[in-house]
Design a protein around this ligand. Structure first.
Ligand SMILES: CC(C)(COP(=O)(O)OP(=O)(O)OC[C@H]1O[C@@H](n2cnc3c(N)ncnc32)[C@H](O)[C@@H]1OP(=O)(O)O)[C@@H](O)C(=O)NCCC(=O)NCCS
Length: 182
């Protein structure tokens, strides 16, 4: 039997449903780790290759170990979660005795190009800037057009430094956080 709600209540139900269907970006906590491991199942070989630069069939175990021992200062990660499922991961690892950190981002294929990478990187940049990290180092394979476009879009002034294997960037954390809504 159909339930008829008054218009105001229908609007409230619609808002709640929309909120529930929007992925949330959260600081990675131990309870997310099984979800990060499971995320690999929904990744294409191409996405894994673009992220890990090798024909790796799954998220490497050493990454999972690293995520299990984050200190939330020198090493930090955020995840995007949709209805309990981890659909994205962004991680920084500070380079010793510098104000720089290595940045890596991964979004499951079905959610790519829907603003998840932008939201995760923005949140991570905010956390990094608060901890005195002024820039992210990022390396992208030259054939990874989506990532190259994402960097150019998120950091319009970023100067690519190509070498024979990769395109390298130094990306200011503060510039990223300015005017962005994590
Ligand atoms: C690269 C990656 C992290 C981007 O994340 P994403 O959630 O897909 O990106 P977003 O939706 O936040 O897009 C940010 C900007 O990038 C650009 N972009 C992203 N994917 C794109 C695509 N497939 N084609 C064209 N532009 C794209 C857009 O310009 C977008 O800005 P806009 O929406 O304002 O136009 C994601 O595609 C991914 O995980 N790829 C596989 C792993 C990888 O390449 N990691 C990067 C190397 S470590």
């Amino acid at each position: 039997m159909a339930i008829h709600l008054p218009p105001q209540k229908r609007t409230i139900v619609r808002i709640i449903r929309r909120r529930e269907s929007r992925p949330v970006v959260e600081t990675l906590r131990p309870h997310h780790l099984p979800g990060v491991a499971a995320m690999a199942e929904s990744l294409s070989t191409r996405s894994l290759y673009y992220r890990f630069f090798a024909g790796t069939p799954k998220v490497p175990p050493q990454l999972l170990r690293q995520l299990a021992t984050l200190d939330h200062d020198q090493r930090e990660a955020v995840v995007a979660v949709h209805r309990g499922r981890v659909i994205g991961l962004a991680l920084y690892v500070r380079l010793p005795d510098t104000r720089r950190a290595d940045l890596a981002v991964l979004v499951v294929d079905a959610w790519q190009h829907r603003g998840i990478g932008r939201r995760m990187v923005s949140r991570l940049a905010t956390l990094a800037a608060r901890r005195g990290i002024t820039s992210f180092d990022a390396s992208v394979l030259p054939e990874n057009k989506a990532a190259l476009r994402a960097v150019a879009r998120l950091w319009p002034g970023a100067a690519p430094r190509p070498d024979e294997d990769c395109v390298h960037y130094s990306l200011p954390t503060l510039l990223m956080t300015r005017g962005q809504t994590p």
